[in-house]
Design a protein around this ligand. Structure first.
Ligand SMILES: [Zn+2]
Ligand SMILES: [Zn+2]
Ligand SMILES: [Zn+2]
Length: 145
């Protein structure tokens, strides 16, 4: 568990004029404990330590939208009707791509950016400057194929 990171996120909350309430703190801590995961609000509710009775699903949901507005987390849509969330990584200038298994629902990440050449082509052919993109691959993971 990264204490510095937690302190930094609390600082961001204060800067935004928000109190670092216990539910906010616990939800941040839970996200930081699983930095590579893609959690739904139900998943996050499920990993809150000791099934804290003060943090209901509605609080989790509200806290997640707040964190999203503040740019602490990204909201992801993998096309199954459930939004998932992941912590933004400040050291990541290119948002990674995702591989979504249609059979078991596992989500993994692709670190490489495979689209540089395509963006060049778009610039040349359509005179359009791309500054971001989003890419999801749907298929079967190595356990399901
Ligand atoms: Zn699978
Ligand atoms: Zn991801
Ligand atoms: Zn990319």
């Amino acid at each position: 568990m990264n204490k510095d990171k937690l302190a930094e996120l609390q600082r961001q909350l204060r800067l935004a004029g928000l109190k670092s309430t216990k539910p906010r703190y616990i939800i941040l801590e839970s996200l930081l404990n699983f930095p590579r995961n893609h959690f739904s609000s139900d998943d996050i509710h499920g990993i809150i330590p000791g099934a804290n009775p003060h943090i209901g699903i509605a609080t989790v949901y509200r806290t997640l939208s707040l964190f999203e507005q503040m740019g602490i987390i990204s909201k992801l849509d993998f096309g199954d009707g459930v939004y998932r969330y992941e912590l933004k990584r400040p050291d990541e200038n290119h948002h990674h791509h995702h591989l979504i298994c249609k059979h078991c629902g596992s989500i993994s990440e692709v670190e490489e950016d495979l689209l540089d050449a395509l963006e060049d082509q778009i610039l040349r052919k359509y005179d359009f400057v791309v500054n971001d993109h989003e890419l999801k691959f749907f298929g079967l993971c190595k356990n399901c194929k």
